[in-house]
Ligand binder design. Structure first.
Ligand code: MG
Ligand code: MG
Length: 262
């Protein structure tokens, strides 16, 4: 789940111990395994409600709690956002996936007191070339952001790596929603915007855990929230993609806690 930009300024950053990061890795591996299961299930005719129920059952099976259900009143366990929906789509029995759709699935769990959070965008059947490119660029932009999650860098190095790549590819970065720190709360400081914020952003320290989550639009970067209070859609109704990993900053290489096998 993404954080609303400029809602949480000034909160204290909570650095995690190696033991805490190890629990967060377990939490995020439940998320990763659930996303892999959902990816295999996504097909023409499947409803977004089916995906929500599968995610919830798998999570409970692993003795974890779905993190989004009831978060500020969100009604589902899974955020499922189709085509022009950017993030925070509400699962629905009425919403059947069609050939050529793209579906962003964003899942979070609470496990042994810590949160995990990760997202992927999956094509349904055969998608057009430009849509396939949108997915590939969004995924690669996340990798470029993660590569900057190093001791001594700043949050802005992550933001710029994502933005520069996405815009060079002719797509647009969502500004109204951003990544976030994560730990015993789903959304902690600092914010991780996917766009340039000026010189003096937070310095990255070992033990910080960051949910990095580029939301990339094919057309305008502008988005709006539907009257359900949750679903974020693109202003021009062109498609949007979303990938997210929870990443620990270490003294060496970034540790992707929600890394999926295969
Ligand atoms: Mg998320
Ligand atoms: Mg998130």
């Amino acid at each position: 789940m993404a954080a609303e930009h400029d809602r949480g300024g000034g909160r204290k950053i909570i650095v995690k111990s190696a033991e805490q990061i190890s629990i967060m890795q377990e939490a995020n591996q439940i998320v990763a395994q659930t996303l892999s299961m959902l990816e295999k299930t996504i097909d023409v005719g499947v409803t977004t409600w089916d995906l929500d129920q599968l995610a919830e059952r798998n999570c409970l099976h692993h003795k974890a709690k779905p993190a989004f259900k009831g978060y500020r009143g969100f009604p589902g366990s899974l955020c499922v956002s189709v085509n022009e929906e950017v993030v925070h789509g509400i699962p629905s029995r009425k919403k059947k996936l069609k050939n050529g759709d793209i579906v962003s699935i964003d899942f979070g769990v609470l496990y042994r007191g810590y949160y995990g959070d990760s997202a992927i965008t999956v094509p349904v059947g055969t998608v057009g070339d430009r849509v396939a490119r949108l997915l590939a660029v969004t995924k690669e932009s996340l990798e470029r952001g993660i590569a900057q999650a190093r001791e001594g860098n700043r949050v802005g190095d992550i933001s710029q790596a994502v933005q520069n790549y996405v815009e060079a590819e002719g797509f647009a970065i969502v500004r109204q929603f951003v990544g976030h720190g994560i730990g015993t709360s789903l959304h902690e400081a600092p914010e991780i915007p996917n766009f340039y914020q000026g010189e003096t952003t937070q310095r990255l320290l070992p033990g910080m855990v960051l949910a990095i989550e580029p939301m990339v639009n094919m057309g305008t970067h502008k988005v709006k929230v539907l009257r359900d209070g949750w679903t974020v859609i693109t202003d021009d109704l062109l498609p949007s993609a979303h990938y997210e990993h929870s990443v620990a900053v270490t003294e060496g290489e970034p540790l992707v806690l929600s890394l999926r096998s295969g």
